[in-house]
Design a protein around this ligand. Structure first.
Ligand code: SF4
Length: 245
């Protein structure tokens, strides 16, 4: 019997989850409960709908010419994709037969000891990893879990030479202080496989979903980051020159 995946949704022409135009698969289920999550409807492991690998591949096939012409491919995100690792392995096996670039976007929760991780990495071209906070206590406050597994996962990817893009959400008063940015930069400097660091501004577009799900949204009073705050984070984490704002 072929393995099925529980999937929240699909995006056929994504432009923010890896290089080029991407077909994005949003897996259902996430162990984290990030305070700033804009997709809390992906948390429930029983939500979404079940799909076979063949069903997903046939959706992707329609877009292959666009994906390939743009230097893009397929990104599996979530929720947390590594909670359904067996499905993704089977999906990526099929995609590799079609010569498609594959990426996963993970919070790193599963850590380097995740079952079948090596098999998945053999089929994965790029990992996008969101580091929610470099300070473990602050990470716990933001997500419900320490950052231990995430940081160990990043180190493991470095050891195997897997290309890595780091993603970091700037939330004023939570993740934008100098020490946090400096310590994150030190961590990134210790890795040789980081090809890109993406700075993502916090936004409140998910607030309505929290309310719909009757979840307490604790960032309603938090500000969105100013251009200056984003510029400062970029300068520290990406060595970009500060914009005049
Ligand atoms: S890891 Fe992603 S999907 Fe999970 S709670 Fe955090 S932001 Fe939401």
């Amino acid at each position: 019997m072929s393995v099925k995946g529980r999937i929240h949704s699909f995006e056929s022409c994504g432009t923010v989850d890896g290089p080029g135009i991407r077909f994005v698969v949003f897996m259902q289920g996430c162990p984290f409960k990030c305070m700033f999550c804009h997709n809390p409807d992906t948390w429930d492991y029983n939500g979404g709908s079940e799909y076979t690998v063949d069903e997903v591949v046939s959706k992707i096939k329609k877009y292959l010419p666009y994906l390939k012409a743009s230097g893009g491919g397929v990104t599996v995100t979530g929720g947390e994709p590594l909670m359904q690792i067996d499905f993704i392995i089977e999906l990526f096996k099929e995609l590799k037969k079609l010569n498609v670039h594959t990426a996963i976007d993970t919070n790193g929760y599963a850590g380097p000891k995740a079952r079948n991780l090596n098999s998945l990495m053999e089929l994965t071209d790029l990992v996008l990893m969101s580091i929610k906070h470099i300070n473990s206590h602050a990470h716990q406050k933001l997500t419900g879990f320490s950052n231990h597994n995430t940081l160990e996962f990043a180190k493991f990817l470095d050891e195997i030479g897997k290309p890595l893009w780091i993603r970091y959400v700037v939330i004023p008063g939570f993740t934008d202080d100098f020490l946090s940015l400096f310590n994150l930069k030190q961590f990134i400097n210790g890795l040789k496989n980081v090809e890109n660091v993406e700075i993502l501004p916090f936004h409140k577009q998910g607030e309505k979903k929290w309310k719909k799900l009757k979840l307490p949204y604790n960032l309603d009073k938090a500000a969105v980051p100013s251009k200056f705050a984003i510029s400062k984070a970029k300068k520290l984490l990406k060595n970009e020159s500060e914009e005049k704002v």
